[in-house]
Design a protein around this ligand. Structure first.
Ligand code: PEP
Ligand code: MG
Length: 328
C-alpha cells in the first residue's frame, strides 16, 4: 500500500461526492516543513513553536525565533502555516526559565501553562509576536493561541500581537499583508461561549488531545487511561458536532489538529461531522487521503446524524462496518 500512498501524494483530497477536505500537517521543527512536499499536504495546520524552546539550552532570542519562522514559511511557499504561540509550562517546563512558584504543580496539564503563562509573562509573548510578524513580512501570518479558556484571554493575546504590529508599522517595518487569528479549543468551557468568541476569530482549531483529557477528566499521558475512553465515544462526537454546527452558524472555519484526526476511522467520523480541515502527523496524510477519496461525505453525514441522534453505543463498530461494506 506504500506505493499507493506515494501515488496519492499528487491527487486532490476530495471525497467521492466532491467535498474538499484540507489535509495539513502538525510540525514543530525546521526539518518538518520538508514533509509538506513529501506527503503532498495543504500546509502546516499546527506549528508547535514551543519545540524550539524545549530543545534549546537557553531562551531562544527573538532573532533566532524569527529565523526559524521565516525558514518554515519559505519552505511552505504559498501554503499556509498556522503558528501556535508557545505552549510551555506545566509538564513542559523550561529549565532556564525562573518561576516564582518553585513547588511542583499537582496537575500540570491544568496548571500555569500555555496562554495563561504567556499572558502573565508577556515579555516572552511580545518577543514571539514580533518574531512572527517580521518573519511573515509580505505574507499572510496565521497565529493561533493554545489553551484558551475564556474569551478575554483570546482578546488579550490578540491585542498583544496587534500592539506589536502597530509598533512595527510606526517604525516603517515591512509587515505581513494580513494577520489571521485563531484559537484552539482544548478547554471544554470555551465551547459554551462560542457565541462570544467566534465573531472575533478568523478560525478555530480543535485540539482533541487536551480536549478529550479534560472532557473525560482522564490524564492523556496516564498509561492505564490512555485506551480507556474511545475517541469515537458518543460524548466526544456529540460535543464536536455541536461545535462544528456553531462554527457553521458563525461562518468560522473549524479544523481538528489533535492526534484523533490522524487515525483513519476517527478522521472519517470527523468528516462525517462536517469537519473539512484536518491537521495530522505527516505519516497519516496518505492513509487519510485514501479514505477521503473513497467516501461519499453526504451518505456518511447522514449515518453520523443517525448514530448521534439515536444514542448509538457502538459507533466504532458501526463506522467500521460502513467502511468495510464500501471497501474503504
Ligand atoms: C491538542 O491538545 O490536541 C494539541 C493539538 O496540542 P498538543 O498536543 O500540543 O497539546
Ligand atoms: Mg494541547
Amino acid at each position: 500500500r506504500r506505493a499507493e500512498f506515494v501515488a496519492m501524494r499528487d491527487l486532490p483530497s476530495v471525497t467521492a461526492d466532491g467535498q474538499r477536505v484540507e489535509l495539513m500537517v502538525n510540525a514543530g521543527l525546521r526539518e518538518d516543513a520538508q514533509a509538506l512536499d513529501m506527503v503532498g499536504a495543504d500546509g502546516i495546520g499546527l506549528f508547535r513553536t514551543e519545540f524550539q524552546f524545549l530543545v534549546s539550552a537557553t531562551l531562544p532570542q527573538r532573532e533566532k525565533q524569527q529565523r526559524l519562522y521565516k525558514d518554515v514559511l519559505d519552505a511552505a511557499g504559498d501554503r499556509p502555516v498556522i503558528f501556535r504561540t508557545v505552549d510551555i509550562g506545566g509538564d513542559k517546563a523550561l529549565p532556564y526559565m525562573q518561576r516564582e512558584d518553585e513547588e511542583l504543580e499537582d496537575n500540570p496539564a491544568m496548571g500555569w501553562r500555555a496562554l495563561r503563562l504567556a499572558l502573565d509573562r508577556d515579555g516572552l509573548m511580545k518577543a514571539q509576536a514580533r518574531a512572527l510578524l517580521e518573519a511573515a513580512a509580505g505574507k499572510v501570518l496565521h497565529v493561533m493561541f493554545p489553551m484558551v479558556s475564556e474569551p478575554w484571554e483570546y482578546e488579550e493575546a490578540r491585542a498583544l500581537v496587534e500592539h506589536q504590529r502597530i509598533w512595527l508599522q510606526e517604525r516603517k517595518k515591512k509587515l505581513p499583508i494580513a494577520v489571521k487569528y485563531g484559537a484552539m479549543l482544548e478547554v471544554p468551557a470555551l465551547a459554551e461561549v462560542l457565541d462570544i468568541l467566534l465573531p472575533r476569530l478568523d478560525f478555530l482549531s480543535i485540539g482533541t488531545n487536551d480536549l478529550t483529557q479534560f472532557l473525560f477528566a482522564a490524564d492523556r499521558a496516564h498509561p492505564r487511561l490512555a485506551e480507556r475512553y474511545d475517541w469515537l465515544s458518543i460524548a466526544i462526537l456529540r460535543f464536536l458536532d455541536r461545535v462544528v454546527r456553531t462554527c457553521r452558524d458563525y461562518q468560522v472555519p473549524v479544523g481538528v489538529c489533535g492526534e484523533m484526526g490522524g487515525r483513519t476511522l476517527e478522521a472519517m467520523a470527523l468528516v462525517g461531522l462536517g469537519i473539512r480541515r484536518l491537521s495530522i502527523t505527516p505519516a497519516s496524510v496518505g492513509p487519510v487521503k485514501a479514505m477521503i477519496r473513497a467516501i461519499d461525505a453526504a451518505e456518511l453525514q447522514a449515518l453520523m446524524r443517525e448514530l448521534l441522534d439515536g444514542g448509538a453505543r457502538d459507533i466504532r463498530a458501526r463506522l467500521t462496518q460502513w467502511a468495510v461494506e464500501r471497501n474503504i
